[in-house]
Design a binder for this molecule. Sequence first.
Ligand code: ZN
Length: 294
Amino acid sequence: MVGVRTSAWLIAAALAAGTIFVAATAGAGQSGSWDAVLRPAPGPARSIGSYANGCIIGAQALAAEGPGWQVIRTSRRRYYGHPAMIGYIERLGRAVAAAGLGTMLVGDIGQPQGGPMPNGHASHQIGLDADLWFRLDLPLLPQPARETLEERYMVDLETLEMRPEAWTPSQVKLLRLAASDQTVERIFVNPAIKQALCAASGPDRNWLGRLRPWWGHAAHFHVRLRCPADSPLCLAQTPAPPGDGCDEVPGWLADMRRAMAAPPPAKPAKPVVKPPLPTACLALLAGGSDLSAR
Ligand SMILES: [Zn+2]
């Protein structure tokens, strides 16, 4: 454990000094895997790298439940995030409870030290992304019962029409509350959902700009927070264009219809070459791999 502490301390020191950590990293990526890490790296919270290529020191675990929320699939151990994200979900849960919307279902946030996941997400690597489900109809459940919940689609994915039996004013309120928090950078929703929100919203449209159309995201929405001030190595995303973003929706829906009509590709797509993780993350994994299975 001394090695672990030393390694974490060195990284913290390098971060505090604003320098790039230059410990030997050869082979660090092979020495452990991020999903095998069981505990957060100790130290003040630091999100390192980009949302889709990074890691986190000092992540905090979200409690399995609280006022207005319950974490689902806790066995996946993906309920760790930057304290800014934990605070955001707790705040949103309280607002959901106060509005009488029901109990919000919290899906994946990130692994104890972030990093790439073996399945499910390209991003969620620096503790600043979280998936929240749209369905609000379930009471607080015992944890085992939260492992196998059924997703409820807000959109008919064959027609891209909204499903009125699922999409109700409660979902609009939930998204509005979620997007109105100033720590939010953007929220990904299916383009059909964005279209429905654009049609339903009145003159107060500022919050709509943070809702960005994206593939999928018909049963859950994905909240992404801004890089916190405590994380100088967090790589911010190019800001969304100003305005409510409703003008982008027809193009997105046309793209989706084209993709749905296209035959599946004849041969597998070329493998994507991923950039290496930030040096500080590789060093963390090299030292932090000892944190697993203890
Ligand atoms: Zn997500």
